[in-house]
Design a protein around this ligand. Structure first.
Ligand code: 48H
Ligand code: FE2
Length: 254
C-alpha cells in the first residue's frame, strides 16, 4: 500500500472538525482531566450523556500521574474501593482499609473507561471564560488553544454551548473563580490545611451545583468550600466524580 501524506492530513483535519462541530452544543462539559473529571466523564458517558472533557494540557490525568511526591502510587480507602473495581484498577490492601494502586494504571484505566463510554476529549484546549446571559446560568464555555495562551497571542476564542458544566480543575477551581469574578453570588473560599480524614469525609457533600449550570467536583469542590486538602489519597476524587455525574445526570433527566 502506497501512503499518501495528504490523505493522512485530510483524515485528521476532517475527522476532528466533524467532532468539534458536533460538540459546539452538548449536554455536559467537564473542565479538567484529573481523577475527578475522568471519573465523572466516564460515568456520564455510560449514562448516555453527550459529554466532552476539556483539558488544557497535552496529557490527560491531572495530578494523579505523580502519585505522592513523584512516587507513582496512590492510596484509596475502603469507601471507594468499589470504584477501583468498577474501573478495573489493580490494587493491593496495604493495611486494613488502605488500598494501594499504580497511578499510571489508574489514569490509563479511567481514561480508557471514558473513551469506551463515548466521551470526546479536547486536549490542549484552555477554558478562558464562561458564557452567562440574562437567565443567570452558565450556559457555555469560552475556549482557546493552550499554545495561544502560552504564547501570549491575542487570538479571539470560540464558544461551546453546554447545558451543564463541571468544574474539575483541581486546587485552583478555575471555572468557579471565573464565575465569582463576574460578580455572581458565590464565594470561592480557597482550600484549607492538610487533614485527610476531614477532607475525604466532606468532599462528596461539597460536590454540588454552586451556580445554575455549574457543578464543582474533586479538589475544586473542596477549594470552593474552604475545605482541607488530603494529600495523595484519591478515594475522595473518585467518589466526588461519581457524585457529580449523578447530579448532572439527574438534572439532564438521564
Ligand atoms: C482546561 C484546565 C483548566 C482550564 C485547569 O488537579 P487535578 O488532578 O484535579 P482533581 O480535582 O481531579 O484531582 C486532584 C488531585 O490530582 C490532587 O491534586 C489531590 C488529591 N491533591 C491533594 C493535595 O493535598 O494536594 O486535574 C485538574 C485538571 C488538570 O489536568 C489541569 O490541567 C486542568 O484541570 N485545567 N483544563 N481549562 N482553564 N485549568
Ligand atoms: Fe494536589
Amino acid at each position: 500500500m502506497e501512503l499518501n501524506e495528504v490523505t493522512i492530513s485530510r483524515a485528521i483535519v476532517e475527522e476532528q472538525t466533524r467532532i468539534l462541530l458536533d460538540y459546539l452544543e452538548m449536554d455536559a462539559a467537564i473542565v479538567g482531566g484529573g481523577p475527578s473529571g475522568l471519573a465523572c466523564a466516564a460515568l456520564l458517558g455510560e449514562r448516555g450523556v453527550k459529554c466532552a472533557l476539556i483539558e488544557k494540557k497535552l496529557s490527560i490525568g491531572g495530578g494523579m500521574w505523580g502519585g505522592g511526591m513523584m512516587f507513582p502510587r496512590i492510596v484509596v480507602q475502603e469507601e471507594a474501593r468499589r470504584l477501583l473495581d468498577r474501573f478495573g484498577i489493580t490494587h493491593r490492601e496495604y493495611a486494613p482499609g488502605y488500598f494501594v494502586a499504580s497511578s499510571v494504571e489508574a489514569v490509563a484505566k479511567l481514561t480508557a473507561a471514558a473513551c469506551d463510554a463515548g466521551v470526546e476529549f479536547f486536549n490542549l484546549t484552555t477554558v478562558e471564560d464562561v458564557m452567562i446571559k440574562s437567565d443567570a446560568r452558565v450556559s457555555g464555555l469560552v475556549v482557546n488553544w493552550t499554545p495561544v495562551e502560552m504564547a501570549g497571542l491575542h487570538v479571539d476564542p470560540l464558544t461551546l454551548a453546554c447545558a451543564c458544566t463541571i468544574d474539575a480543575t483541581g486546587h485552583d477551581a478555575v471555572v468557579a473563580r471565573m464565575v465569582e469574578a463576574k460578580g455572581a453570588e458565590i464565594a470561592v473560599k480557597g482550600e484549607s490545611f492538610m487533614w485527610a480524614e476531614r477532607a475525604e469525609t466532606n468532599i462528596v457533600g461539597h460536590t454540588r451545583e454552586i451556580y445554575p449550570g455549574l457543578v464543582v467536583t474533586g479538589m475544586a469542590a473542596n477549594a470552593v468550600a474552604g475545605e482541607s486538602r488530603m494529600g495523595p489519597i484519591f478515594g475522595g476524587m473518585l467518589l466526588s466524580g461519581e457524585r457529580a455525574a449523578a447530579l448532572v445526570a439527574e438534572k439532564l433527566g438521564k
